[in-house]
Design a protein around this ligand. Structure first.
Ligand code: SF4
Length: 353
């Protein structure tokens, strides 16, 4: 039994003051943190319960046409907000592809961003893990690597980021709002997670005590609502993290792609924005040849991090083609309750990659 102090601050200012104490951790729904504490993986000495902070459970349309999602908005509430789901369908689809209904009812926006990797060795305190104990080594290297990274990994850590929600957020240029004792700052989601390099214990750009207060989507993100999809391939449709996923969003100008957005999940220690692939697609007809070329560009830098995960590279290419194909066919009137199956009938004229 690890003893810890518990505080429930009444304001963001009180929270960030308490969060600066050595050994402090912020607690929202606790869907990941409490499991980690029970398993002895995390041993905070002070829990700062932010669940009652006022004003962080709102979805606000901004004057510039963007949207602000409060840090405490529940994943299910966001996915089922009719205006939000209509405007950002790939984000809603990703939320509904994540976890289980019970977890989505509890899990928060900021908690989703802050969840830890699901690398099985990270969750086993008996295994060496550079993320848990810097310098200890990485048990995954040479171990069971089927779900590990194929992009952006280092010899010090080959884990992947587990979030579905963050993948379309990365594609749509989401910005993370952060509060500290010094005020507030904003960081692009694509810059929020450093790659592991030689310091995989550093998982985000947050300084000690900094608190996520919200996530913003810029006005341009709404311009993709007619052609946006999230496609997740996982071992068990009812509840599993992504083997590979992709968020694809297109803005069509007549019979050409005016602008494309693409991000991948399950392939790296961060949601992976595929800007080279986006460049390939701009100005092209939305057809299989362009999508396959984009997929090649998206995975051009990929390499297996273990014997068991080379298959993810070609799988990711095919998921990219399929997600772009689905996006080009048009956002469905209703977001599917379960992720679009790669084995479902193809939209007219579409084929598997
Ligand atoms: Fe730890 Fe990363 Fe290695 Fe997994 S892959 S054991 S999280 S260092």
């Amino acid at each position: 039994m690890n003893l810890f102090a518990y505080t429930r601050p009444a304001s963001v200012a009180e929270a960030v003051a308490a969060g600066q104490a050595p050994g402090a951790a912020y607690l929202a729904a606790g869907t990941n943190l409490l499991d980690l504490m029970k398993g002895g993986v995390m041993t905070p000495t002070h829990l700062v319960d932010v669940t009652r902070l006022p004003g962080l459970d709102r979805i606000d349309v901004l004057e510039d046409g963007g949207v602000r999602i409060g840090a405490l908005v529940r994943n299910a509430d966001l996915a089922h907000d009719a205006r939000f789901a209509k405007t950002y369908p790939a984000v809603a689809e990703a939320l509904l592809a994540g976890a289980s209904a019970q977890l989505r009812n509890a899990a928060t926006t900021a908690g989703n961003l802050m969840q830890r990797t699901r690398c099985q060795y990270f969750y086993d305190p008996a295994s060496p893990c550079n993320k848990r104990a810097p310098g200890a080594g990485c048990a995954a290297v040479g171990g069971a690597t089927r779900l590990h990274a194929v992009l952006g990994w280092s010899e010090h850590c080959i884990a992947t980021h587990p979030s579905d929600f963050c993948v379309p957020l990365a594609a749509l240029d989401a910005v993370v709002e952060i509060a500290s004792g010094a005020g507030t700052r904003a960081v692009a989601l694509t810059d929020f997670y450093p790659l592991p390099g030689d310091a995989p214990e550093r998982e985000t750009v947050l300084a000690p005590g900094e608190l996520i207060t919200g996530v913003r989507l810029p006005p341009e993100a709404a311009g993709f609502q007619a052609h946006a999809r999230y496609l997740k391939v996982r071992d068990r449709t009812s509840y599993a993290f992504a083997v590979v996923s992709a968020a694809a969003a297109l803005r069509l100008d007549g019979d050409r792609i005016g602008e494309a957005r693409l991000a991948l999940g399950g392939v790296a220690l961060k949601p992976w924005r595929a800007r080279e692939a986006e460049s390939v697609l701009a100005g092209r007809a939305p057809d299989r040849a362009a999508f396959r070329e984009a997929a090649e560009a998206a995975l051009a830098g990929a390499s297996p991090s273990g014997e068991a995960n080379a298959f993810k590279i070609e799988l990711a290419r095919r998921i990219v083609v399929r997600a772009l194909t689905l996006a080009a066919a048009g956002t469905p009137a209703r977001v599917p309750a379960l992720p679009a199956s790669p084995f479902a009938p193809s939209p007219a004229g579409a084929a598997h990659g």
